[in-house]
Design a protein around this ligand. Structure first.
Ligand SMILES: [Zn+2]
Length: 109
């Protein structure tokens, strides 16, 4: 009690297969697929898109079709609390907070 916990932070981030493995400062390890990260993009326009009913007639952009499975082309730290991921479909406005990365990850050993 009365301990000031250090803020949770990733100790290591590693591309592994179809996702991201994260080792955390509290000793936990998580794995999240790129598909799950992309599907949970926290940017305003994706949140807005997910709130709409699915549109079977939505036309995929050429870029989206060419991209296939979601994969990151770049990932950079934004301040000390978030990461910005640029995707192979050309989308890059999503800023993933440390908390979001932790929440989206499945615990692993
Ligand atoms: Zn987005």
């Amino acid at each position: 009690m009365g301990m000031t916990a250090e803020p949770l932070r990733p100790v290591s981030l590693k591309r592994e297969g179809d996702g991201l493995r994260v080792a955390w400062s509290d000793g936990a390890a998580t794995f999240v697929t790129w598909a799950a990260l992309r599907a949970n993009c926290p940017c305003a326009s994706c949140i807005d898109d997910r709130a709409k009913p699915p549109n079977p007639f939505r036309i995929l952009s050429e870029r989206e079709m060419a991209a296939g499975a979601p994969a990151p082309v770049a990932m950079k730290a934004v301040g000390h609390y978030a990461y910005q991921i640029s995707w192979n479909d050309g989308h890059s406005t999503g800023i993933y907070t440390i908390e979001a990365l932790r929440k989206l990850g499945e615990p692993t050993t």
